[in-house]
Design a protein around this ligand. Sequence first.
Ligand SMILES: [Zn+2]
Ligand SMILES: [Zn+2]
Length: 91
Amino acid sequence: MVCEQHGEALKLFCETDQVLMCLICQESRAHRAHPAAPIQEAAQQCKEQLQTQLQLLRGEKKRLEALQGSESQKHQEYQVHTARPHKPTHQ
Ligand SMILES: [Zn+2]
Ligand SMILES: [Zn+2]
């Protein structure tokens, strides 16, 4: 990965802005005062955060699937109930 502004390798992670940056970015006025972590460290941290996020998402997905399951069951019941009394109207 390369910095769009400077064409340098993105080796740092600005903890204030939560963005990847190159060494020149870090030297620039925009980030000079910001704490920066080496990208590997940040990636490790991100991974841990991602894992907890994923776990949360998985739980949410299960909940949604259960919800969807009961919804489609309802839908089927609805179709069964409405299909029976339905008669052609042209008689
Ligand atoms: Zn840069
Ligand atoms: Zn910054």
